[in-house]
Design a protein around this ligand. Structure first.
Ligand SMILES: NC(=O)C1=CN([C@@H]2O[C@H](COP(=O)(O)OP(=O)(O)OC[C@H]3O[C@@H](n4cnc5c(N)ncnc54)[C@H](O)[C@@H]3O)[C@@H](O)[C@H]2O)C=CC1
Ligand SMILES: O=C(O)C(=O)COP(=O)(O)O
Length: 600
């Protein structure tokens, strides 16, 4: 058996490749449904009330930009749908407090103010497309709002538009068309350049970039690509060489941009980089306007460094009517049409509607942008452990005596799996949810779990215990310890002084296996009564008959003791919540030294 330090363990939890199938969603129990709060009126006894989170009413989805019919129909089956296009920022902020979800394309800015105005009701923002640069992700995460996008359905449309612009630019199609319509016949003016044999540099070799590359190869172009994160074998498979940024821009006859707009890519084409390009280079941009310094591009066009540009996207959309760039005679412009085919829009609408409805139901969408991404098969395998984590968190925090602030939590995962074969982010998020929701009105989900814990000053450290043996199960046990607190059930304090609960999964059902230093075995369904008593015959019968008289169904009972006839802890699983009087009667049994009722 070996133990990893917490920092090693956290490093071992490296992000996995989020290559999920689109249908891979798994329900995360009460991710958006209920929160449990201790009543303030019952002293130390943990009476808990369920606070409904508006699940009875249909949720409301605001569709702020045009969405395909098939997607709207999917939404309408589950929610009230308000299609309000062209809202001003003020109108959006006013409406948002009445909405559970918002669907946008690239034309709506979902700012921090939008999240603030939602008053906590907005649970999911769906971006019906790829680029999420119009959504303030940090603000979404801080407000516990999931952001999902539709990353695949418009890939081909964007790639085809890139190729359309490439060919149209090379052959002056747009300018020649305007000239013919103006009654002219200028065959000499619009002599173009050929594509075959020319070098195309694809900047950003992701979904769209690689489809552009594939098509350009079919046109007989020599294709190179620059992408610091793209795997070389994927490029090789298409017959494309990955090169450095400088080599790409210096050798290309045509440059096609396909990277996201991020702080690192903002104005990546600027005066300095234009100066390194081949004179007469031609540029296509169907990514984002902001990746080009547009004023520098006008200068490069005027200087003849850039012979032509074909642009679908602009820093400001729509661009100003007097934009020098748009009006430049060597520029072909389209109004952000990359994703605008009938087929892509139907696909995007369905993709985003499914993701939004799934998120509203509390499922973890595979296209979540600001939540832990875990591959589908791992999610399925971890499902019972996800439940176990939330329940251990709930139990542990309900054992804390009022007035002791929870600051330091340690989670220990015992597993025979190699450290890099177990991503614990999802498990940690669920423990955090279990720890925080019973003691606050804060709604915790996978999106905001780490942020919320940090904000509340709760430090969660993780440790891995590596077991020998067959690694068939992802985990053998999970232990949650809360340090520096007093417990309302003294037996929950371990020998080392922390509140300790431990559990495992048996036949896909989470079980509680340890409380403090006492071994128990109770399935974590319904709720639990923990009693410490002097170990003596007849105790199970006495407690059982009180519960029976009050019609409380017992699902499980288990007794863990230190030694025969000394202290024992009895864990009783109950399907129904006992009344205060019933609990009082149990407390009144003479051999019972302490007891606690814990709601799962
Ligand atoms: N004009 C339109 O209507 C449409 C525009 N788009 C835009 O196209 C772009 C690409 O979309 P996808 O291919 O779906 O995204 P993707 O995420 O599949 O690909 C983006 C690629 O850019 C790479 N990248 C990141 N930083 C880079 C850097 N500094 N230099 C070079 N490469 C870098 C990434 O490694 C990734 O491989 C996005 O900006 C998206 O918003 C997408 C669809 C339609
Ligand atoms: O998906 C993207 O990134 C796009 O740019 C498409 O934008 P749109 O949905 O057409 O406003």
């Amino acid at each position: 058996m070996a133990t990893l330090s917490s920092s090693q363990a956290l490093r071992a939890s490296s992000p996995r490749n989020p290559s999920l199938s689109l249908s891979s969603k798994i329900p995360l129990s009460s991710a958006f449904s209920v929160s449990l709060r201790p009543s303030r009126h019952h002293g130390a006894r943990p009476l808990l009330v369920v606070v409904a989170a508006g699940l009875d009413a249909k949720p409301t989805v605001l569709v702020a930009e045009k969405l395909g019919e098939a997607g709207l129909n999917l939404l309408k089956d589950y929610a009230n749908v308000d299609c309000s296009y062209n809202l001003s920022p003020e109108e959006l902020r006013t409406k948002i407090s009445l909405c559970d979800a918002l669907i946008v394309r690239s034309g709506t800015k979902v700012t921090r103010e939008v999240f603030e105005s939602s008053g906590g009701r907005l649970k999911v923002v769906g971006r019906a497309g790829v680029g999420i640069d119009n959504v303030d992700l940090a603000a979404a995460t801080e407000h516990g709002c999931l952001v999902v996008n539709a990353p695949t359905a418009n890939t081909v449309a964007a790639a085809e538009h890139g190729i359309a612009l490439l060919a149209a630019m090379a052959r002056n199609v747009a300018q020649a068309d305007a000239s013919v319509k103006a009654g002219k016949w200028q065959r000499n003016k619009y002599v173009g350049v050929s594509l075959v044999g020319k070098t195309l540099a694809v900047m950003g070799f992701g979904k769209v970039g690689s489809e552009v590359a594939r098509r350009a190869k079919g046109l007989g172009m020599h294709v190179i690509a620059h992408d610091p994160y793209a795997p070389a074998d994927r490029a090789r498979a298409i017959g494309v060489e990955l090169v450095s940024f400088d080599e790409a821009i210096a050798t290309a006859d045509f440059i096609s941009l396909h990277m996201p707009l991020t702080p690192a890519t903002s104005k990546i084409l600027n005066d300095e980089t234009f100066a390194k390009m081949k004179k007469g280079v031609r540029i296509v941009n169907v990514a984002r306007g902001g990746v080009i310094d547009e004023e520098a591009l006008v200068r490069a066009l005027d200087a003849g460094i850039v012979a032509q540009a074909a642009l679908d996207v602009f820093t400001e959309e729509p661009p100003p009517k007097d934009s020098k760039l748009v009006l430049h005679e060597n520029v072909t412009a389209t109004p952000h049409l990359g994703a605008s085919t009938m087929e892509a829009q139907e696909g995007v609408a369905i993709e985003i509607a499914e993701a939004v409805v799934g998120a509203l139901k509390g499922e973890l969408a595979s296209t979540a942008v600001n939540a832990p991404m875990v591959p589908a098969e791992v999610l399925t395998e971890l499902k019972p452990f996800v439940d176990l984590c939330e329940k251990l968190g709930r139990l542990a925090v309900q054992l804390v005596a009022g007035g002791s602030g929870v600051k330091s939590v340690k989670v220990t995962y015992a597993s025979a799996r190699a450290p890099d074969d177990l991503d614990t982010r999802l498990l940690r998020a669920m423990i955090t949810k279990g720890l925080i929701e019973p003691i606050s009105s804060v709604f915790v989900n996978l999106v905001n779990a780490d942020f919320t814990a940090k904000q509340r000053g709760i430090r969660i450290t993780e440790e891995r215990v590596i077991l020998d043996g067959s690694p068939e199960n992802p985990l053998e046990s999970i232990q949650v310890q809360i340090a520096n607190v007093e417990s309302k059930f003294a037996s929950a304090i371990s020998d080392s002084g922390e509140i300790k609960v431990e559990g495992c999964v048996k036949d896909w059902i989470p079980h509680l296996t340890k409380v403090g230093s006492f071994e128990v075995d109770v399935s974590l369904e319904g709720s639990i009564i923990l009693c410490r008593q002097v170990d003596q015959p007849g105790m199970i019968g006495k407690v059982g008959s009180i519960l029976g008289q009050e019609n409380v169904n017992v699902s499980f009972m288990s007794v863990g003791r230190i030694a025969p006839r000394k202290h024992a802890v009895m864990a009783i699983g109950v399907d129904d919540q006992p009344t205060k009087e019933t609990l009082k009667k149990i407390g009144g049994i003479p051999a019972i030294e302490e007891f606690v009722f814990l709601k799962l």
